[in-house]
Write a protein that binds this ligand. Structure first.
Ligand SMILES: C[S@@+](CC[C@H](N)C(=O)[O-])C[C@H]1O[C@@H](n2cnc3c(N)ncnc32)[C@H](O)[C@@H]1O
Length: 473
């Protein structure tokens, strides 16, 4: 097959707009405003790979909205970012509260119906399968586990069915997780054990146009997970999907969304339940609260009532050096600087907490304000980058991480984040460059020294993981 490196045709702006409109209607994904140029880049990338003699047909398919017939288009339009036990607190709550409650409720029928909608490469449904295996033990064979997982992107489902993963899918998992459920292969890859794999069945399904339920024989779902999928869709599309989920959920079934999807979920048919700092939605009239209500208000209040920076003080008269109390001046300015540092760290902690409890939009807004006020603070840019990553805005996240390393070229986690962005956006050479930067900087660490901003990962462990990523990528 002849491949072209430069696009032979360029789509006209009105054609891009037309395709954006079709994408929103058929796939639910929004490309408007600033994102139109991103769409244009993605479409041109796809067209670049099409042989000359097939270009005309491909463009007419594109303009007719026959997206599934265009090779590599859907993978270009969707963001497959996922990993095992993503949002560890959610999985803790599933294991300690939600699943035991459902298992108890279903002790006579011995049947569990679970749907992971928008499952990407399978880490999410397999994480649930691991929890079920741990909870049911040997009795699992006495249960009928209907754990289905669907995605729009057939290519990513092929990866999910293979169940072979690299280190990158294990970020944030407990240390024994891999050893218990995976078999190491060559090249730093890991194969999921069959006892976990066999519980999950994957299907291609479009949440906008597909049937609900996706498999006619499985309904009354105990749990539907639809995390980090709705964030890319319009409010009305999300409401339609919620309505359909509602009808196929069991009477006391749970809907689990991603943290950033919470603000769009103002649907009175679901009652929010707060467990382990994570929100679940239950299809139930009764409102269950097993933990105190959200601390969102108090957090917000703390951010809003934070004392406003005082107007700049009037310039003080310059005291001739010999008359000034120089050591005292230094002590004072050090104290002031310490105070400012402490209050900046507190503010960043509060923003991080907001993001952790799922209020990504608010965290994003506060963080943008923070970096405007503190444009030279590497920690502010780094936090902004992580929030943008979580929101799926990789181009802006990349800029934030670039700024972080501009202010601190040895900021390990910013190099690491840039490597991952490059790797996910098909730029392996750049990814390797950043991974190597990580390894070079880590050489100066003590092996047991925790890598800053890595949630306490030891430098030697981190270097080992990155080495595997470099060799595998
Ligand atoms: C960011 S991943 C989320 C993976 C996993 N749920 C998680 O939270 O880790 C989003 C997935 O949603 C899928 N998706 C996007 N639009 C969809 C649609 N209309 N129907 C089904 N899946 C869709 C994408 O293909 C992608 O794999």
């Amino acid at each position: 097959m002849v491949q072209f490196t430069e696009p032979l045709v360029k789509l006209q702006p009105e054609q891009v707009l037309h395709v954006a409109d079709l994408i929103q209607r058929q796939l639910g994904l929004i490309y408007n405003g600033d994102k139109l140029s991103d769409l244009e880049r993605r479409l041109n990338h796809v067209l670049k790979e099409i042989p000359k003699e097939e270009l005309g047909l491909t463009i007419s398919r594109l303009l007719a909205g026959e997206f599934e017939r265009i090779p590599n288009l859907i993978p270009q339009l969707t963001i497959p970012e996922t990993y095992f036990l993503r949002n560890i607190r959610l999985f803790k709550a599933l294991k300690s509260k939600i699943l035991p409650e459902i298992i108890n409720r279903k002790k006579f029928s011995h049947q569990l119906n679970i749907w992971s909608a928008g499952c990407s490469s399978g880490e999410e449904p397999y994480s649930v399968s691991i929890l079920l295996t741990e909870l049911l033990g040997e009795k699992i064979d006495q249960w009928q586990i209907n754990l289905i997982a669907t995605d729009l992107n057939e290519k990513i489902l092929q990866k999910a069915r293979r169940a072979v993963y690299s280190e990158w899918s294990f970020r944030g998992v407990p240390s024994d997780f891999k050893a218990r459920y995976f078999v190491p292969l060559h090249n730093g890859l890991y194969q999921l054990k069959n006892e976990i794999k066999k519980n999950v069945t994957f299907f291609q399904h479009n949440l906008i146009e597909g049937a609900y339920p996706p498999v006619a024989s499985i309904r009354n779902f105990d749990i539907i997970l639809c995390r980090n999928v709705l964030i890319y869709m319009s409010r009305s599309t999300v409401q339609n999907i919620l309505e359909k989920f509602y009808h196929i959920l069991d009477d006391e079934g749970y809907l689990i969304t991603g943290p950033s999807e919470f603000p769009t979920l103002k649907n009175r048919k679901f009652s929010p339940v707060m467990l382990e700092g994570t929100i679940f939605y239950q299809k139930s009239k009764k409102r269950i609260r097993t933990q105190p209500p959200l601390r969102k208000e108090s957090l917000k209040k703390r951010l809003i009532t934070r004392p406003k920076p005082k107007p700049a003080a009037k310039p003080r008269p310059i005291i001739p050096k010999e008359k000034s109390h120089f050591p005292l001046e230094i002590a004072k300015s050090d104290e002031k600087r310490d105070k400012e540092k402490k209050s900046a760290a507190e503010e960043l902690n509060m923003i991080r907490e907001l993001a952790n409890i799922g209020h990504l939009d608010e965290a994003h807004e506060h963080c943008e304000q923070y970096v405007k006020r503190q444009p030279m603070d590497k920690h502010g840019h780094y936090l902004l980058g992580t929030i943008l990553m979580e929101k799926g805005d990789f181009p802006k996240a990349e800029t934030a991480f670039q700024r972080t390393i501009y202010f601190d070229p040895n900021f390990v986690m910013a190099h690491f984040a840039l490597a991952n962005i490059c790797s996910m956006s098909g730029r392996p050479t750049e990814a390797k460059k950043y991974y190597r930067n990580v390894l070079r900087i880590l050489e100066r660490f003590d092996p047991a020294e925790p890598v800053p901003e890595s949630e306490g990962m030891a430098a030697s462990h981190f270097a080992e993981m990155v080495t595997k990523l470099v060799n595998g990528s």
